[in-house]
Design a binder for this molecule. Structure first.
Ligand code: PLP
Length: 426
């Protein structure tokens, strides 16, 4: 399967090319281990001299087929699945950073990622500087240090739905000799392929639109294969210098454009786990087969709901990049010409208390710690996903205390609108 196929075709058929007599559907390879005939054959796998499956913590055929589909959708050279989106964000960064290193990240990112960077990775000795993604190139550039290893941002931020200027971020990252990592969860590769705008590595919480049915937590990392690690060899010794845990193998020399993903699989997965279950990969693949149809419907429904909310007197403000008046509309037209996502952020007159009352009155839309699945759902980030953040961190992360995150599903939009109307007391 090649990149030349359109995203809709890749959603349905990418990643798995059965040969004569093989299963038409990606088979669930529910096995921890794989058999070999000689001790020598197995030894060669452990030395990375031969490619092959030996233990599902590192690689599994079902998971690999689904990773290959996501890599093809993103237009990358290689991909891997992880057990969650958190693991994907963590591995994407840890594959480049160790204690004493530094990362620059947009401040407007998912609260869990913010925590991971600001608290947990800090404890591991990796420092993060958060920047306003809308600031000038010069201002963002001032956050970089000699030990900075990557720049991170979200195509469409959760929950503020701010659109990242990917080309600007790529210019800044490359100007400082580091890769740009983009979390493309909300946009999905159906609506935006960050590699086409200069990003180097893409991450996903596949838990969201990709799975789409709220069945399986999962993540993915895809590498464009474009970043030249050897050109900055001193900055990325983990990739460009011998790995003692593989008898001195050097990833860039042994694997070329696949070096980054190979290292993440054979070193990070080997040592830290976080591998997905084959059954979950199978369910994710079923979701991916209809991703292009669902994303289109999510965007159509969300635009109708955003238009309704922005014309309603009880609504104080609405953020949805698809709205012509939105502050990110110009960036959305550039990076997301076919639609942004199904998530809308808005506030009601009456603030936080009114937000809670409104949410408790919804009947069709459920209060769930989730976003981006087929069913319309709603959440108050300041009380739920982002409750660990201080008021200042909330502001930095673009989360107003009254922000309601409405994840518009693929039901009939008239029923969604009726539910919102009754909850507003109309
Ligand atoms: N990235 C984004 C944009 C998210 O919205 C989330 C979860 O909400 C994550 C990463 C983390 O993913 P997961 O919940 O699958 O660990």
């Amino acid at each position: 399967m090649t990149k030349r196929l359109k995203p809709a075709t890749l959603c349905v058929q990418g990643g798995w090319n059965p040969k004569r007599g093989e299963s038409r559907v990606v088979p669930i390879c529910q096995s921890t281990t794989f058999k070999y005939e000689t001790s020598e054959q197995m030894a060669r796998l452990f030395d990375l001299e031969d490619a092959g499956y030996f233990y599902t913590r590192l690689q599994n055929p079902t998971c690999d087929a689904v990773a290959a589909k996501i890599a093809a959708l993103e237009g990358g050279v290689a991909g891997m699945l992880t057990s969650s989106g958190q693991a994907a964000s963590f591995f994407a960064v840890l594959n480049l950073c160790s204690a004493g290193d530094h990362l620059v990240s947009s401040a407007t990112i998912y609260g869990g990622t913010y925590n991971l960077f600001a608290v947990t990775m800090k404890k591991m000795g990796v420092e993060v500087t958060f920047v306003d993604q809308d600031a000038s190139e010069g201002e963002i550039g001032r956050a970089f240090r000699p030990n900075t290893k990557a720049l991170f941002g979200e195509t469409i931020s959760n929950p503020g739905v701010e659109v990242l200027d990917i080309e600007k971020f790529a210019r800044i990252a490359h100007g400082h000799g580091v890769p740009l990592i983009v979390d493309n969860t909300f946009a999905t590769p159906v609506n935006c392929r960050p590699f086409e705008w200069g990003a180097d590595i893409v991450t996903h919480s596949t838990t969201k639109y990709m799975d789409g049915h709220a069945t399986s937590v999962g993540g993915a990392i895809v590498d464009s294969g474009n970043f030249d690690w050897e050109a900055h060899a001193d900055r990325f010794p983990g990739l460009t210098q011998p790995d003692p845990s593989y008898h001195g193998l050097t990833y860039t020399k042994a694997f070329g454009r696949n070096a980054y993903i190979t290292k993440a699989v054979v070193q990070l997965m080997r040592d830290l786990g976080s591998s997905p279950a084959p059954m979950n990969a199978f369910l994710l693949n079923l979701g991916l087969e209809t991703l292009h149809l669902r994303v289109q419907r999510h965007c159509q429904n969300a635009l109708r709901v955003a238009e309704y909310l922005s014309g309603n007197d009880k609504v104080a403000w609405v953020s949805y990049p698809g709205l012509p008046g939105d502050r990110y509309h110009a960036l959305a037209r550039k990076y997301l010409p076919d639609g942004s996502c199904g998530v809308i952020a808005f506030g009601l007159r009456g603030g936080r208390d009114e937000a809670i009352r409104f949410m408790d009155s919804l009947k069709l839309a459920a209060i769930v710690t989730h976003v981006a699945d087929a069913r319309t759902s709603v959440l108050h980030p300041a009380s739920h996903t982002h409750r660990q953040l201080s008021d200042e961190q909330l502001r930095e992360a673009g989360v107003a205390p009254d922000l309601i995150r409405l994840s518009v599903g693929i039901e009939d939009v008239e029923d969604i609108l009726d539910d919102i109307r009754q909850a507003l007391g109309e």
